[in-house]
Design a protein around this ligand. Sequence first.
Ligand code: DGL
Length: 275
Amino acid sequence: MDQTTTPISSHQPIGVFDSGIGGLTVVAELRRRLPHEAIFYIGDTARVPYGNKSQATIERYSVEISELLLTRGAKMIVVACNTASSQALPQLEHLLPVPVTGVILPGAKAAVARTKNGHIGVIGTRATVRSGAYEKAIHALAPEVRVTSKACPMLVPTIEEGWLQSSITDAIIAEYLGDLTESGIDTLVLGCTHYPLLKKALARYLGPDIRLVDSGENCAIAVGELLETHRLSAPKEAQGSLQVALTDPADVFLTVAEEALGLSVGEIHTAQVQK
Ligand code: DGL
């Protein structure tokens, strides 16, 4: 991978990527917590979903999108996708010449801090659940905690269809989460960056006794800390900004996400993956 020969400057943008639009839930938290930062987001909409693909493919896609972000001057990379974080983070940390963070460790930390009865549920894509990444991260922090995971592959297409409040969505949630709620969890990690868009529907089904953990907020805190550590935080007088590029033109889901998150993404650019 090309190394940046010039020193990284705090004025450069934070590069953020996801397989699609789901990572905008993380961007919304980054904008809230780090308002001075410029953010360059790439959604790999030409190749979404990542969640049913093999580790080799997800690694390759993640490296290609990170390289694109580096060509846009990214001073650090935020992997705003649980699937890519669970499959490709070690390789990205090894290859990239800038600091990298994913969403799994921040989510695991938040869940461990939240659980009272020591039983955490995790939902995510097939690839994320298959990787056991949340179990490993949670057990590294708290070996005694019990983790029960469930892959929910239908949730991403349901969300992308814009069915955030629909009886069909409620039925899919009930089908996936029935066993999980009966297993005695008191905390549920939304282990996919799309899922915060379903928070209301999930909370309605789960009731008040199960807390929802979304890694976006904790990821934004981790990004702030990492920038401080590397002396890369944008100056306080800087005006933050957001630029969004997609590898395939936006469809209706972008509007759904913008409205649900109260995020204004402005003009969308198209990004070409270099092979
Ligand atoms: N947003 C991705 C994640 O956080 C899931 C979407 C996909 O399957 O590509 O895992």
